[in-house]
Design a protein around this ligand. Structure first.
Ligand code: NAP
Length: 248
């Protein structure tokens, strides 16, 4: 029998890549998207294949509907099944609310929120019992920023993750009868390039003493939570927001 197939958005690095590697170790095949880092995507695919996972990767901007439709049709073509979606792709950059421009807000919400909605819609079409699917699981990558608000850093980003929390709670109930479980993982400060890209390479050093565990988390620690929520070990869990924040 074929291995189950996980689709991960933004798999080229950080939490997405760590999740892909753990999923491959746990016996899944992987389709993942990247946005700009083709070289990293190629390197990751080689590692996933060496772990025994049939792998395919596709360039996609998740905020562009045509890209998402292509990502899912590539998945159909290469694997012919879909068992789980991880809505992981995300961006941020630091800015005070008083300085935010509408174009920046549209881009941020387009990637972090609308992209997750479009991907979930396409996944439901393939997984829902009423559409001939076999059920499945969706994990949205939110953030503890959704409950902290992230003042003086990125209130806009925190608001996108607040939207993802509501999306998770509502969608979980909407598709519960379709055999699809929907949960979110809310990471705290995780050691990835996201902070440097957002404008503060030293953010972890500055903030780690504010974390009860006194350190940043790793992408691998987040991946463990994601994989649990995807697995049958969490078969009675849906509509849950799981914090992976070192006690923060
Ligand atoms: P990362 O290392 O910067 O990775 C971000 C991923 O998103 C990359 O694979 C990137 O692709 C992809 N991406 C960027 N723009 C995209 C677009 N328009 N369309 C599709 N994909 C796009 O960040 P990360 O830390 O792993 O973050 C992953 C998720 O965790 C995000 O949703 C983030 O908000 C969330 N999170 C992170 C932290 C943290 O402390 N790191 C905390 C809480 C939540 P390319 O590399 O190919 O461009």
């Amino acid at each position: 029998m074929d291995k189950p197939l996980i689709l991960i958005t933004g798999g080229s690095q950080g939490i997405g890549a760590a999740t892909a590697l753990l999923a491959a170790q746990k016996g899944y095949n992987i389709c993942f998207s990247y946005h700009s880092q083709e070289q990293l995507a190629q390197e990751l695919a080689v590692r996933l294949e060496s772990l025994g996972a049939k792998t395919h990767f596709v360039r996609a901007d998740v905020s562009v509907e045509a890209d998402v439709l292509n990502l899912f049709s590539e998945t159909d073509k290469h694997f012919g099944r879909l068992d789980a979606l991880i809505n992981n792709a995300g961006i941020l950059r630091q800015k005070l609310v008083r300085d935010i421009e509408v174009k920046e807000l549209e881009k941020l919400f387009g990637i972090n929120v609308i992209g997750s909605f479009i991907c979930a819609r396409e996944a439901i079409k393939r997984m829902a019992f009423s559409q001939g699917g076999k059920g499945g699981a969706i994990v949205n990558i939110s953030s503890i920023a959704s409950r902290m608000g992230s003042p003086f850093e990125y209130v806009d980003y925190a608001a996108t993750k607040g939207a993802i929390d509501s999306f998770t709670l509502g969608l979980a109930k909407e598709v519960i009868g379709e055999g699809i479980r929907v949960n979110a993982v809310r990471p705290g400060i995780i050691a990835t390039d996201l902070h440097a890209k957002g404008g503060e390479p030293g953010r972890i050093e500055r903030l780690k003493s504010a974390v009860p565990m006194q350190r940043a988390g790793t992408a691998e620690e987040v991946a463990q939570a994601v994989l649990w929520l995807l697995s049958d070990d969490s078969s009675y869990t849906t509509g849950h927001l799981l914090d992976v924040g070192g006690g923060r």
